[in-house]
Design a protein around this ligand. Sequence first.
Ligand code: SLL
Length: 267
Amino acid sequence: MADRVRVRGVTIHRPIIYGNTATVLTPAERETSHYQDHTHRWTVAVRSAPSAPDSDIVGGADDLGYFIKRVTFKLHDTYPNPTRNIDKPPFEVSETGWGEFEIQIRITYVAESGEKATTLYHHLKLHPWSIAFSLPNASAVPPEPEIPSPENAAKLGPVHSWQYDEIVFTDPFQNFLTLLTTHPPTPLPKTSVNKKPIPFHSCNPASLEASLKGGVPEFTSAMEKDEADRLEEAKGKIIKEQEKWRGILIEREKELERLQKLLASKE
Ligand code: SLL
């Protein structure tokens, strides 16, 4: 079967995002909820990275159902039926709750891909981002960020926590490669079309300010360049530090040698 032939030397990828959006329940919603202790409504999802035009949803411009067969979200054991299998787009789960926890996300590909499933982890984020753990000079063990009251958190608007990633297929089967190439992904916009904020990431503390102003964040290709620039800058800083400390070490070794000689001459 020619279809089951692997196309050697080819890699093809699909950009995705995974993460969650959370909002504080209004007092009325809390009253009518089955669970009086639930404070937030949240949605965890796997989506295509670009956002649809004029959409209030982070990502999701493309339907990923042509190559993803199932997404399994493993919720905290405090939830009924914590293993949620989603077999068609949108690949997402919405719930209410009171606490943050780690969600295991398992992506299974369509059978003809012959690809193994991918497992990702996402920390469900309910509380607003805080600068406490993103300051570059913060102490090694950062303080726990304060959790604002529901009233104050509600004023800050929805919380977004999304991670960009690329699913890479190496040496794909010919039929799967054809399937992928007949569904080209919508390209990411170069920069945000509607001046949407870039999604906050703790590796980029500068993005906090924009994310606190609210609005639905959007992934752009400029983010990739910005991240590469930040990495370059950090590399430069590390090289400078290394040179500084190497200089200090050489000085100290010279001093040690001098003192050892002095000591030997006194013996
Ligand atoms: C914590 N490690 O202690 C976390 C656990 C669990 C969250 C959080 C809903 C449970 C229900 C819910 O929010 N669980 O169905 O009532 O913070």
